[in-house]
Design a protein around this ligand. Structure first.
Ligand code: PBG
Length: 321
């Protein structure tokens, strides 16, 4: 018997398409990034990220409450301090902006996970993710400060620590520091595979964290490398990371897939500021359908193998799902 194979049978109506759909988005998948700044009553829009803001503590609580109301379960916090110095003191100060923000959200918003980004670049006056000696970002002295930062964040009540600094050995150092201070139950979401990407441009405006000299290619990864991504992920896995992140997301779907296939930890993808800005810009020009592009991009990231996605579209999407 000969007959035509007819895959179109399962595409004829939305009902049947929904029945056989392989990948679904849910508000449970998303983490919503927020930028917290000093002051009061501040909700300052980031010009290259329309719809995203620098928020003072009071406005942060308003935004976090709304995010929870939309069905989201987690936010990740980035600090925009007034005072920066060579060693990023405000990153690990007990009353640093992020520590105060964590306390405020944990106090005011019930059952919302607060993830703390762990890096120095928003807090250093030179904008690098570590301490500088002789014009270089030095690894091991930086680790001590990252550990102090993680402990300060955990003491403030952070539910998860997410180190994004790309120093060697950061997971092991932070794990040891957390364990030694009674935070053995605080998970580490490691930015294991973080590329030196031009897609972070708008974030650096948002966090005022652009490096004042040089660039981050001495610690973040070369976009050309895929095997090296597996090595980075392997190291963090071995050092005790609880989740592995790949960042950026859409230009690195092959990497998300490769890490997914190799490791049985939850895989996280970060749809970064530049990915957000491009979609916003094209949709403002009327060139694309924003809602469909957002859903399609996030579905692709999940289909590639991400369990969790950090995205500035988290609220928009949660409202629609
Ligand atoms: C901090 C950090 C950056 C991002 C997340 N954590 C910036 C950078 O490495 O320059 C970028 C996120 C985004 O672009 O949305 N190191």
């Amino acid at each position: 018997m000969t007959f035509i194979q007819r895959p179109r049978r399962l595409r004829r109506t939305e009902a049947i398409r929904a029945l056989v759909r392989e990948t679904r988005l849910s508000p449970d998948d998303f983490v919503y990034p927020l930028f917290v700044c000093e002051g009061e009553g501040i909700r300052r829009e980031i010009s290259s990220m329309p719809g995203c803001f620098n928020l003072s503590l009071d406005e942060l609580v308003v935004e976090a409450t709304a995010a929870k109301g939309d069905g989201l379960r987690a936010i990740i916090l980035f600090g925009v301090p007034d005072d920066k110095d060579a060693t990023g003191t405000q990153a690990y100060a007990e009353d640093g902006i992020v520590q105060r923000a964590i306390r405020a959200v944990k106090r005011e918003v019930k059952d919302l996970l607060v993830i703390a980004d762990n890096c120095l670049c928003e807090y250093t006056d030179h904008g690098h993710c570590g301490v500088i000696q002789d014009g270089e970002v030095v690894n091991d002295p930086t680790l001590d400060l990252l550990v102090q930062t993680a402990i300060a964040q955990a003491e403030a009540g952070a539910d998860i620590i997410a180190p994004s600094n790309m120093m060697d050995g950061f997971v092991e150092a932070i794990r040891a520091g957390l364990d030694a201070t009674g935070f053995e139950n605080t998970p580490i979401m490691s930015y294991a595979v973080k590329y030196a990407s031009a897609f972070y441009g708008p974030f650096r405006e948002a966090a005022q964290s652009a490096p004042q000299f040089g660039d981050r290619r001495g610690y973040q990864m070369d976009p050309a490398n895929a095997r090296e991504a597996l090595r980075e992920a392997e190291l963090d896995f071995a050092q005790g990371a609880d989740m592995l992140m790949v960042k950026p997301a859409l230009p690195y779907l092959d990497i998300i897939r490769a890490v997914r296939e190799r490791f049985d930890l939850p895989i996280v993808a970060y749809q970064v500021s530049g990915e957000y800005a491009m979609i916003k810009a094209a949709s403002r020009l009327g060139w694309i359908d924003e809602q469909r592009i957002v859903a399609e991009s996030l579905t692709s990231i999940k289909r590639a193998g991400a369990d969790l996605i950090l995205t500035y579209f988290a609220r928009d999407l949660a409202q629609r799902l």
